[in-house]
Each structure stands twice: as C-alpha cells, then as structure tokens.
Design a protein around this ligand. Structure first.
Ligand code: DLL
Length: 434
C-alpha cells in the first residue's frame, strides 16, 4: 500500500513548489487574459497586465472573483475554452439566486481524478480497494468526484449515490466496501442504521471513510470513527474550483493538505481583502493554475480557516489548512456575539449523554435574539426522570455558556427526533430571516 499517490507533487521542496506555481500562474493568467473577456475587463479596471505577474509573489495584484461574478457571467461567461472542449458540467445546489455552473475539459477531469486519487490514497486506498461513493451523483460534484478518484487509483468504484440507506448498507456488506465516501452527517446516519438493522460493523470490510462537503468538528470526526470503527479523511472542495479533492487530511490529524500545485491558496481579511500571514484566521481564496474549462482567479470561497506552509510529519510538504470553521454566511450574530454552529457541535460532543444530533433555532423575542439548542439524548439516557433531565440540561447550558459566551435555551429531545441527512445537513433555522 503506497503512502502517497504522487510523491513528487505531494512532497516537493517549498522552493520547487514556488517555482512550479510561479510558472503555472504566469502562463494561466496570460491565457485567461486573452480568452476570457470578463477577466480581461476586471484586470484592466484594476490596472494589472499579465506581464505584471512574474511569480506567485505577485498574486495579490490580481482582482478577486466572487460568487457574484459567477452569477453575472452565468452560464458560460467565465469559461476559458470553447464549448466544444467542455465535456462535463457541474453546478451548486443554488438555493439562493442563480445556480453556479462549472465546466470541465477532458484534462480537468484527469486533474480531478488525480487529486481525488491522492485523497483516497491518504485514506489507505489502492487498486484493491472497493470505494463506495454515497455522495449524490448528478450536478453535485461529490458522487462523480469520488468515482473518478477511485477509477484513477485503479480501485473498484461502487456508485450507490446517496439515499436508500438500508440498500446501501447491504451492498456495503456484500461487495466488501473498504472505503466509504459521503458527508459526515450521512456517515453518522449510516452507522446508526447499521446498528438499528441489528448488524455488527465488525462483519463489514470497511477500513476508512472519506468525508466532507460540510463542516464537521474533530469531536464529530472521532465520534464517527468510533461508530464505524474506521479511520477517516476530511476531504474539502467546492464546485467552482473542481469539487472534492481541493484538499485532504492525512493520518497526522494536523490540518488538511491543499493540492497547491493546482490550486494556490491565500487567506485574506474578509473586510479589507488584505492578505493575512500564516496562522491567522480569515477567508480562504483559491487561484486555479492548471484548470482549463473554468480556471478561477483569486476566488473568494467565504470559508473561514487559517493556513500553514510548515512541512507535516506525514512527509507531505503541501500547505495545510485548519478544519473549516464555517462559512462566513453561516456565522450567526446573536445579541452581538458571533457564533458558528461548529462551536456548538464541539461543546455538545464533549458531553456523554447527548447524541451527535442537534439543531439550532435562532429567533427574536421583541428586540432580543434567542438561540435554542435542540439536542438528542442517547437511547441509554432517555428516561422520564425529571431530575436527571434537568441536570443534563444544566450541564449543556453551562458548557455552551462558557464556549460561546452566551446564554442559550436548551431543549432535550427524544432519540431520533431530529431529521437525518443523506447529504449536506441543515443545522440552523433562522426564524429572524422570515
Ligand atoms: O461540497 C464539494 C465536495 C463534495 C467536497 C464532496 C467534499 C466532498 P459545493 O456543493 O460547491 O461543493 O460546496 C462547497 O462546502 O465552500 C465549504 O463551505 C463546504 N465544504 C466542502 N467540503 C468541506 C469540508 C462540495 N471538508 C462548500 N469541511 C465549501 C467543511 C466543507 N466544509
């Protein structure tokens, strides 16, 4: 079993990476300036010419691209290749406003397969693996991303897509799935359903999980590892950049390696746009230097994290980012206090008698914002003993108060009463936005 899929790319020296990125960046910027009028106009407005970009150190001179740009240029305005070269389209779910679409050339699909093969190899995969892709197939990038990675690695792809959980589990058992790919919340649901079906996880061949597409805390990661008796890799990505495989975690649990020979990361101050130094929390920005179909220039992801360029004990030299704390749009402001759902999740999972299922309800009483935290009790704890329930409620209240600096309303709910997710979980209902 190989430790790396592509040791040359994953373990090169920082100097080599700098010159590779610089070379790729300079030629990509020239190419998009010539082929994408939208970018040319933006660069002209900012007073930057392709010749001004002489190395990756000049990246900050380029203008940002945002979701809004993608919406304005919908559907083909940011494509850098004619439609005859585009072989596949993906799109975001587009719950608000226009969808965001991304186009891939044949070579882009090869890059995607490559970065996902790196991810699956980090999970312990090889050509003997059976990779079950339980992310949704279709316009969403999850299903096909894991699929292409498995096939690039030479493994067997099992394209179950999401949903029909009991059938998934039977196939997982009968086909001898070794790596499961899905959202962390679906992994939790699958684990719970295995238990409910009276099956023993140790009778499965499952060794690892490649989970992502939504924020999940370290505490949740450990919970899922225990439940399914596997090791897990956190896979990060977004449709605009390529889908899953932009970054992946290793066995050192010390961050998520960015495939920066393809996607150059920066962290910026979301208010001022200023580039922030390593270790500082801010908004993640990516520039694609190898993509052909829709190479994004300084794309603002809205995801909040920090990065480091220090080498990792796993041997990879690829820059690492911390687990995503959340999207800037997910941040709730409650009575002036900034709260990310991930802060609630890590506090809750530290408490023994609650299950890893919760829902946050934000509302307003008069002029006062309220945050209700609904949390499921474990089956073992579930009892009508009022005294015990009150004690648990108080414990959660205190824990959250110290984690968030905010008094919340705790509502303990019965096991299985919070709806389960087969894709990206919805954990916040903000009634103020009605
Ligand atoms: O969620 C791509 C993907 C599929 C990633 C499968 C991993 C696995 P979008 O639907 O465009 O693409 O959503 C992208 O999801 O900006 C983050 O806010 C969030 N996200 C993705 N991966 C992670 C992760 C796919 N590992 C948005 N941790 C991103 C936290 C994640 N958030």
């Amino acid at each position: 079993m190989a430790k790396y899929w592509n040791p040359e790319a994953e373990c090169m020296s920082r100097e080599q990476m700098h010159s590779l990125q610089s070379e790729r960046l300079c030629s990509k910027i020239k190419e998009v300036y010539d082929s994408v009028p939208y970018y040319r106009e933006k660069m002209d407005q900012a007073g930057v010419k392709p010749e001004d970009i002489r190395s990756v150190d000049d990246l900050h001179l380029l203008p940002f691209t945002s979701k809004q740009d993608l919406r304005e240029a919908y559907p083909y305005g940011l494509f850098a290749r004619p439609n005859k070269d585009i072989v596949e389209i993906h799109a975001t779910s587009g719950t608000t406003g226009k969808q965001i679409v991304a186009g891939y050339t044949k070579n882009d699909l090869a890059i995607w397969g490559e970065v996902m093969a790196r991810t699956l190899t980090a999970a312990g995969g090889d050509e003997n693996s059976v990779v079950q892709s339980s992310y949704g197939y279709g316009l969403f990038t999850g299903g096909l991303g894991a699929h292409y990675g498995a096939q690039t690695m030479g493994a067997m792809a099992l394209p179950t897509s999401s949903g029909n959980t009991e059938r998934q589990i039977r196939l997982m058992h009968d086909m001898g799935t070794t790596i499961l790919c899905c959202t962390p919340s679906y992994a939790l649901y699958i684990g719970e359903t295995i238990r409910d079906m009276g099956l023993d996880i140790n009778e499965f061949q499952l060794e690892a999980g490649v989970f992502g597409a939504e924020p999940w805390t370290v505490e949740m990661q450990h919970e899922i590892e225990r439940l399914l008796n596997i090791r897990t890799v956190d896979v990060y990505g977004l449709t605009e950049i390529i889908g899953p495989g932009v970054a992946f975690s290793c066995d050192q649990e010390c961050g998520i390696h960015i495939n920066e020979d393809h996607f150059i990361p920066e962290i910026i101050d979301p208010e001022t746009g200023e580039v922030l130094p390593d270790g500082t929390l801010g908004e993640l920005v990516f520039t694609c230097v190898t993509k052909e179909g829709m190479p994004m220039m300084r794309y603002r992801t809205r995801d909040i994290t920090s990065i480091t360029h220090e080498a990792c004990a796993c041997g990879r030299t690829l820059a690492r980012m911390k687990k995503i704390q959340g999207r800037s749009d997910d941040m709730m402001i409650i009575r002036g206090v900034n709260v990310f759902p991930s802060q609630v999740e890590s506090a809750l999972l530290d408490i023994t008698d609650v299950a890893p299922h919760y829902m946050l309800i934000v509302d307003r009483e008069g002029t006062r914002d309220t945050l209700e935290v609904q949390v499921e009790m474990t089956e073992q704890f579930f009892s009508d003993e009022v005294k015990q329930l009150e004690k648990l409620e108080k414990e959660i209240f205190e824990k959250l108060k110290s984690a968030l600096g905010l008094a919340t309303k705790i509502k303990l709910v019965e096991p299985k009463s919070i709806s389960r997710s087969e894709g990206k979980a919805v954990r916040v209902i903000d009634k103020r936005k009605k």
